[in-house]
Design a protein around this ligand. Structure first.
Ligand code: ADP
Length: 400
């Protein structure tokens, strides 16, 4: 059996998943939390009992060592020894313009990821900690970096540039990068297969990754044409707690009026805005629908603003690509929230969409399903995203 270990390292946490690459099945997954504080390990083998234990893990290296220990444990482990881990795939948030696709990790690559730290000062250092920890604990195992921004690298300048002085782009690499790239790539690739258009350079897909963080992306022939997040994940849709696109002049205006620092405004825009900020209720769509049912008007307004934002992006991207063949819903809201999908899909027949509202209401949550009627010109579907599998596939293709 050849397995791939997928790692998503944060500053004090580390998510992992072990995938049998031949069957594409998950052998085990889990989480290390509170690294450097006290430490907690969660481990869930697919065919076994979930384990949760407090365990000191001062560094990411300790966390990885603990994960490997539990994976090969004679009683509760899922592999006999570490040699059956053929490669490790690391999620890396920002690859700047340097990385247009996944790469085998070596010292040079690590240096280049470090150079991207100014673009993602919170995420890239944490991702690097995960990479360095793994290299220390399993030095013989090949590792691959999979970048969240790589998907957006096929955008043309007319779509990725901001209309600031050109030197700003040249000097500071201020441009649109987009995020959720691994998810958009995965669901777009799967959708193209499902509609029987694999290899067609003209197939146009709009993927709606709607979760706590949300972005919509459009692609031709499986290559990103545009995507709604920008230099940072703040651009685009209103999200759980992020404001999405606003008039940029609001920032200096509020710095003045509220006598706050730009950093404080930035925190407000990232943590206290979006669905939470507008509704005053919650960032969670389940809470918002419950509040709307009870007559909360601001919860209803937040939901309307979100749906309108998605609709506007679908319309805009259809115009940019001279039409659309397939629209995909994915992530927490996209896969589970039929009421939000219904709101987005109102009056879309002008695009050739014949949406099956009844099926949308009754279909099981979180499962793959086609929601357009058979004669609809545009196929609309729900496709559960699987970023870990996408990382494992890229890792296997590069490292094995
Ligand atoms: P993240 O961006 O953190 O990965 P997810 O993609 O997991 O987020 O999405 C989380 C969001 O999905 C939650 O905040 C919640 O609003 C929404 N969600 C999950 N399940 C449901 C459901 N059954 N109905 C409505 N919304 C849901």
């Amino acid at each position: 059996m050849r397995s791939i270990l997928v790692i998503n390292a944060g500053s004090s946490s580390l998510k992992y998943q072990l995938i049998d690459i031949d069957t594409e099945s998950v052998l085990a997954k889990g989480l290390c939390e509170r690294i450097g504080i006290d430490g907690k390990l969660t481990y869930k083998p697919t065919n076994g009992e979930k384990l949760e234990k407090d365990a000191p893990m001062p560094t990411h290296q300790d966390a990885i060592a603990m994960v490997l220990d539990v994976l090969v444990d004679p009683k509760i482990g899922v592999i006999s020894d570490m040699k059956s881990i053929a490669a490790v795939g690391h999620r890396v948030v920002h690859g700047g313009t340097k990385f247009t696709k996944s790469v085998l990790i070596d010292d040079e690559v690590i240096g280049m990821i470090e150079e991207c730290v100014p673009l993602a000062p919170l995420h890239n250092p944490a991702n690097l900690m995960g990479i360095n920890a793994c290299r220390a604990v399993m030095p013989e195992t090949p590792m691959v970096a999979v970048f969240d921004t790589a998907w957006g690298m096929s955008m043309e300048p007319k779509n990725f540039l901001y209309a600031l002085p050109y030197e700003i782009y040249e000097q500071y690499q201020v441009r649109r990068y987009g995020f959720h790239g691994t998810s958009h790539m995965f669901v777009t690739g799967e959708a193209i297969k499902r509609i029987g258009r694999a290899g067609d350079p003209n197939v146009r897909v709009i993927s709606c990754h709607l979760g706590n963080g949300s972005s919509v992306s459009c692609s031709k022939g499986g290559k990103c044409v545009n995507t709604s997040m920008g230099l940072t994940p703040l651009e685009g849709l209103p999200m759980g707690t992020r404001c999405g696109s606003i008039d940029p002049a609001i920032v200096p205006f509020l710095v003045n009026r509220m006598e706050k620092s730009p950093k404080e405004i930035d925190t407000m825009m990232n943590k206290k805005s979006g669905m939470l900020g507008v509704s005053g209720v919650s960032s969670d769509f389940r809470d918002l629908w419950a509040a709307k049912k009870e007559g909360n008007e601001r919860a209803a307004l937040a939901l309307d603003m979100f749906a309108q934002g998605v609709k506007r992006l679908i319309g805009g991207y259809s115009a940019e690509m001279d039409g659309v063949d397939c629209i995909v819903f994915t992530a927490g809201v996209g896969e589970n929230d039929a009421a939000t999908r219904e709101l987005i899909m109102q009056n879309m027949d002008y695009l050739g969409i014949d949406f099956d509202f009844e099926l949308n209401r009754t279909c099981p949550r979180g499962r793959e399903v086609v929601l357009s009627k058979p004669d609809s010109k545009v196929v609309v579907m729900v496709l559960p995203t699987d970023e870990e599998l996408a990382i494992a596939r890229d890792t296997a293709a590069i490292a094995l």
